[in-house]
Design a protein around this ligand. Sequence first.
Ligand code: ADP
Ligand code: MG
Length: 624
Amino acid sequence: MSHTLEFKAELKQLLHLITHSLYSHPEIFLRELISNASDAINKIKFDSLSKEELLENNKDWKIKIIPNKEAGTLTVSDNGVGMSRDEVVENLGTIAKSGTRAFVDMLKNQQAQNRPELIGQFGVGFYSSFMVADKVTVLSRPAGDPKNAVRWESDGQGQFTVESAEKSTRGTDVTLHLKTECKDYLEPFTLRSIVRKFSDFIEHPIVMDVEKEDENKNKTVTEETLNSRKAIWLRNKSEVTPEEYAEFYKLISHDDEPPAKVIHYTAEGAREFRVLLFVPAHKPMELEWGEPKSGLRLYIQRVLIMERCEQVLPMYLRFIRGVVDASDLPLNVSREILQQDPQLEVIRKNVVRNVLQGLEAMKNTEYEKYVTLYKGLGTILKEGTQDWANRDKVADLLLFESMKTPKGEYTTLAKYVESMPPDQNEIYYLIGESREEIEHSPYLESFRAKGIDVLLLTDPIDEFAIPNLGQYKGKHIRAVDRGDLDDKKEEKPEEDASFEPLLAFLKDKLPEVRDVRLSKRLTESASVLVADAGAVTAHFERLMQRFGRDAGDDAGKRVLELNPHHAAVVAMCDLFAKDANDPRIEDYGRLLYDQAVLAEGSKLKYPSAFAKRINDLLVKDAKG
Ligand code: ADP
Ligand code: MG
């Protein structure tokens, strides 16, 4: 009995786009169908490791391409895992996958309307058939279940039908009823070249029957294998051309640009494994949205075991794409058990070390390329400051603007430390919203006066990543808007004592601050707010507010520092000495506090009170 079902609404939208947009590379439909067939074969190969009977003695893995000129159809047939009726309805009638979902979400923002070639990048896979076909029939039979074959059919217009069917062998046949203008996809020449272009590295044979004519015009049919199949990571580095690497990279990454760097080696020792990794030239599209996922495929003896193996490549390297093929890992255990195999840890250490070395080499020898990559991916890389074992290597990969770098140019921690004056013991940084904002911050005054460089950071993650680092080459890394500065050599000036009563008075009148003290960091400004060593800075507090979080009740309380050399502060001190009850002192104290709030980039709580105080002063001054 045949049932007619509706596509889910989002899928209708997607299909509409696919069939009505002018699509620049319709031939990728074949890549998508072949990749599904290959996935299906990998699945049954994997499942059969623990359940041999699923194979039904058919281990001749194959993807067949069958053009039929009379019928005007093209069939892609596999002996993979197959689908049951429920699976067909689920997999081909709804959008369950996160990648496809992200694509559909993007459609809603209309962005994709202009760039329909994105379809390929998202692997909206199966549905790309409707670019070239006005009807698609899927005949499938699940492995180990001979009686439950199913036929699915749709014109891609909003509905599909499913019915029970007969199929003698396991696997799936996808038959495209080609549109009149797409009949070229029945030509062996065309099919051969598309397969070479997009699917050459697929490990299973992709075959097609071709008719050959001998001298006597006798026709014979032979099966031709269209792809070279050689798993590129198993080949010798010296035998692989840059073009081949680039093709393979495209195949696994859906990135249109060639990779910035190839890391290809065989790890030898107690255990051998092959590694082929790619550093992208820019931030991969996939990382712009959706859940973060690792980009490493784990193979064991050429069987794909895990598509996204976080155990081997940690999340902060999720922009790396590639393959690890381990020959000694146990094949026939469940993924859960495999994940606990100590050898995975050995592989992980090795792979991470090599990736970090590769990035370091890129930074040193291909700096421009590295900078481009860093601009897109630095934020992700900084997550690696949590990787204890590799923290120093990650630290070496970070780029920073500083007071001494021109805007848009970078220094590194190594360079910073190298050019530190001998008596400087710490690495200084300041975080804020933009370089312009922090460059004008009063926190930098004394540093500028002494010619000490300060790293200027503007990435929100810096608030977490840089404190994570803690130190670099034995030098403490320190925020300049936090705590006492390391100036122990300088004696406390004598005159400080004369300010004490005023400081105590202001502390009492300004409950907003934790303390009031004299500053060593100011040369021009009269006042500044600083966070105590363990407390949160103004930038961090604003960041948390942006994420709708409170940094904590008392957390925002900072220390008000006054510049003892500033005329305004000196004048106040004199005033206080003459008459401690002068009502102006509290007013002036508030003004200094408000200035400091504005200077750290925060908002005044009572802007009108601030304006009134300024205006009162103005009136007094004008009346002279
Ligand atoms: P993706 O391959 O990225 O998951 P597709 O749109 O290409 O997305 O395919 C959707 C789903 O349909 C697949 O995930 C798979 O479950 C199923 N499928 C498609 N083709 C086949 C096939 N030849 N054999 C078995 N399952 C398939
Ligand atoms: Mg697919």
